[in-house]
Design a protein around this ligand. Structure first.
Ligand SMILES: C[S@@+](CC[C@H](N)C(=O)[O-])C[C@H]1O[C@@H](n2cnc3c(N)ncnc32)[C@H](O)[C@@H]1O
Length: 247
């Protein structure tokens, strides 16, 4: 796979199988990771030890950018990340990552070779399996942050349905923050129908995304989902039953 340069100068890939880029070319791979996921999530979670669910690992921008942001802090991190493509994970040691990831080279090599990295402060485990299967079987600690960064609902709908978000709900803390680039009403409805509060996340660097939490958050733009149900023609969540036959 040939690396493709995105608008902020960082590289990403295009998946022939899913017919989609791994990151937004328009927003930039690093900018997307930093400004849609990492900065909003870390600004809302204040814990010394943070447990993160990164769906899905791909090139690992979200996991790596999180560590990059916390390198000189007192925070400790454990990240679990399901990913179905084992060849991709093995190949990351040769990927032209942004200069910011230079201090993370040992982490990148360890993940490529062994599928995990462990130090006193940072632990990452990439699970080579379907994300739904991972969620159904997770019995470890609950997560504080979820990076919902699967390919689009059009390409991998089973990672965006109301049943999928029910599985997410089972594995997160009440105060957990979920971040996603999607601002589509059916995706937001899948979260809302599981009890998540829905917020629009807006900044000047990347296009709007969504933040969701089972707890009420302040200082964010809350979306009135009850009103959406009344006025919007597509205010229904995606459902497994509509896609199971395709999988
Ligand atoms: C948009 S990319 C993730 C990008 C990644 N977060 C990053 O920063 O590089 C989506 C990833 O989901 C993986 N994937 C697709 N279907 C999956 C599934 N059912 N379970 C787990 N991973 C899946 C793909 O192989 C791809 O690596």
């Amino acid at each position: 796979l040939k690396p493709i340069q995105s608008s902020d100068g960082s590289f990403t890939l295009y998946s022939e199988r899913f017919q989609e880029h791994y990151h937004s070319i328009k927003d930039g791979a690093l900018n997307e990771s930093l400004h849609k996921h990492i900065i909003p999530a870390l600004s809302l979670i204040e814990k010394e030890h943070i447990n993160i669910l990164d769906i899905s690992f791909g090139l690992g921008f979200n996991s790596l950018t999180t560590i990059y942001r916390l390198l000189n802090s007192n925070s400790k991190l454990t990240i679990h990340s399901p990913e179905i493509d084992s060849d991709l994970v093995k190949s990351i040691k040769d990927f032209p990552y942004p200069d910011e990831f230079q201090p993370l080279i040992d982490i990148i090599n360890s993940i490529a070779e062994k599928g995990f990295y462990e130090s006193q402060d940072f632990k990452i485990y990439v699970h080579i399996e379907d994300a739904r299967h991972f969620l159904d079987n997770w019995s470890g600690e609950k997560f504080d942050i979820v990076y919902q960064d699967a390919f689009s609902p059009k390409r991998t709908p089973l990672l965006w349905t109301v049943e999928y978000f029910q599985s997410i709900k089972r594995v997160v803390n009440r105060e957990a923050i979920l971040t996603t680039y999607s601002s589509s009403t059916p995706v937001r409805m899948g979260l809302y129908d599981n009890g998540f509060n829905i917020y629009s996340y807006e900044n000047e660097i990347v296009r709007n995304g969504t933040i969701a939490s089972l707890s009420k958050l302040t200082n964010l733009i809350e979306i009135d989902m009850e009103r959406k149900k009344l006025v919007s023609s597509n205010a229904s969540p995606l459902r497994d039953i509509d896609f199971r036959s395709e999988s």
